[in-house]
Design a protein. Structure first.
Length: 568
């Protein structure tokens, strides 16, 4: 393709009728004051959509406009333009035509970028116009650093050779020893985990290899499989930075550390465990730079949100959030705290560990090794004149009793409990040995939740349910199952070919009504469950998961997967 000519963006849009003369004049004034790109001003001012702007540019340049939603990446072509240059020039190699490369540009008017990319790839370039927002999203998926991680792992393996690992050699590495292969490997792993939206990193030694897996949207994915020889070096380095005992390999250990990744502060909780072939390491990643979500951003159904807000704003009582590990219980509690924490109220949290740091509240991390247990801290916290207390988890009878007693004596208590659903939570407290009257009078509400994967918006398409899926839906929808349309993701570069991108909560609420209080005091679990089922009819976790299916936000398969955890 012939090198594109320089064009004046505003004049081009004016000629095509995409922009008015008044809008162009206003945008030019704004550009003189801010120095921002004219295209960005047009879009942010609402004069033109991003797609309309890209199509107008393509028409002016007589170049194709490409919608990247249908783009199938080819790694061997993408790597021709290194990631740094791709991000700098806002461009991506999309395909090959005869001897020329098809390169998508977010700003095709940047002739310097066109010339520089031609020199880098050493091939003729055919220009295409793409939307910048799609391009930026695609960068994180197509420029995966899995190969770089594998190369660094191989470099570390060669560096170690056949010599045994010595504690002294690794202990001598300062935190800033950036040239050490083990340090560069770990830093790259953390960067890739952040880019992939991973919540956990699993480092697992096997008989002949070392496997590193990321948990993304609640599901584990293998990232690399490398030489087993590097496992000890990785574990020792991680123990050093988390201040664990590097000489102890026989017992599990827990710790935490902070690391800077892409200018974000990443709080890492680490757990080591001895296995048959070495020490397994799991790291939970908490991005402290993202801030705490508010309840408004939790995407709860309106009725659930209203009832939860009403409960937590009472002067006293206990609100429990239940669900399995990784279901977002702590996130929900902190979203509630972010609303409740005001200068007029004293808030104390008792946690193991402190997962999020929130300004204006008093957070205490328990430490059983020195006798600083949940029970002891909670007793002390009550003498600190709090208005609101958050207890990380109701782990035993003593903690539960103290929390419920605090709720009886004028405190709002928030906590979590591991139960399958909301209805079984009061029964679980009774099984722990808590007196019935405490449960009946102190417990105000139970919010049970799960996280379901949401369909990738880029590759979402219609889907006809399979017979067993249709039968499962019929339990909730009845004959309406044929009325609705259903969707699923095909899999694309944006979602790692999974068809899912991100997660959303499903919820159910049990409020301790007068009828439930009376039946709880009688001490008959069967009667309690029966009254509770009648109260919650149509407002269960399963029903909420089906709601997301009908709305096209998750798949039937995903709703069935998470519902298996709480079906009777």
């Amino acid at each position: 393709m012939v090198r594109p000519e320089r064009i004046l963006l505003g004049d081009a849009l004016l000629q095509q009728g995409v922009l008015t003369d008044e809008q162009l004049k206003a945008a030019l004034v704004e550009q003189r004051h801010s120095g921002r790109k004219l295209g960005h001003i047009f879009i942010e001012s609402g004069y033109v959509t991003e797609e309309a702007l890209a199509r107008a540019l393509a028409s002016q340049l007589q170049a194709p406009f490409l919608d990247l939603k249908s783009f199938e990446p080819k790694p061997e072509l993408i790597r021709l333009l290194p990631e740094g240059y791709a991000r700098r020039f806002r461009a991506l190699v999309l395909g090959e035509r005869d001897d020329a490369l098809l390169v998508g540009f977010a700003d095709p008017t940047d002739l310097q970028a066109y010339d520089d990319i031609g020199r880098i790839v050493r091939r003729p370039i055919d220009l295409a116009v793409v939307m910048e927002s799609q391009l930026l999203t695609l960068f994180d998926s197509v420029y995966s650093r899995v190969e770089e991680i594998s190369d660094l792992a191989e470099e570390l393996n060669e560096d170690l050779g056949d010599m045994p690992i010595e504690f002294g050699n690794l202990a001598g590495l300062s935190a800033g020893a950036e040239d050490a292969p083990v340090v560069r490997l770990l830093h790259t792993v953390f960067e890739e985990a952040m880019k992939s939206r991973a919540s956990d990193i699993h480092i697992e030694p096997q008989e002949q290899s070392l496997i590193i897996r990321f948990r993304i949207d609640g599901v584990l994915r293998v990232q690399i499989e490398s030489q087993l020889n590097i496992a000890t070096a990785l574990v020792l380095r991680l123990k050093l930075i988390s201040e664990l005992d590097i000489s102890e390999k026989r017992l599990p250990q827990d710790g935490r550390f902070n690391v800077k990744v892409r200018n974000d502060s990443l709080d890492v909780r680490i757990s080591t465990m001895p296995t048959q072939y070495g020490e397994s390491v799991v790291m939970r990643l908490l991005n402290q730079s993202g801030g705490i979500l508010g309840l408004d951003r939790m995407q709860m159904p309106a009725n659930v949100l209203a009832r939860l807000r009403h409960a937590i704003n009472r002067p006293s009582g206990m609100v429990l959030v239940t669900g399995p590990t990784g279901s977002g219980k702590t996130t929900t509690l902190y979203a509630a705290l972010s609303e409740l924490s005001t200068p007029e109220k004293k808030v104390i949290t008792v946690e193991d560990p402190v997962e999020y740091r929130l300004a204006g509240i008093n957070q205490v991390q328990v430490n059983p090794k020195i006798g600083l247990s949940f029970e002891r801290v909670l007793r002390s916290a009550l003498r600190q004149d709090p208005d609101i207390i958050l207890v990380g988890e109701m782990r035993d009878q003593q903690t539960a009793e103290i929390g419920l007693r605090a709720a009886l004596t004028g405190h709002m208590v928030l906590s979590t409990l591991h139960t399958n659903d909301a209805l079984s939570t009061p029964i679980r407290l009774l099984d722990m040995g808590v007196p019935r009257y405490m449960v009946a009078l102190s417990l105000q509400m139970v919010l049970a939740q799960r996280l379901v994967r949401t369909i990738c918006g880029n590759c979402s398409g219609s889907f006809a349910p399979l017979p067993h899926e249709e039968e499962w839906l019929r339990y909730e929808l009845g004959d309406e199952v044929k009325v609705h349309s259903y969707r699923r993701g095909r899999g694309c570069a944006y979602c790692g070919n999974t068809g899912y991108y991100g997660r959303q909560g499903v919820y159910e609420i049990l409020e301790m009504s007068q009828a439930l209080v009376e039946v709880a005091n009688r001490g008959n679990p069967q009667d309690f469950m029966e009254v509770g089922r009648q109260q919650m009819a149509g407002n269960t976790l399963r029903r909420d998961a089906v709601r997301l299916v009908v709305e096209g936000r998750t798949t039937i398969e995903e709703a069935m997967r998470i519902s298996n955890q709480f079906d009777d």
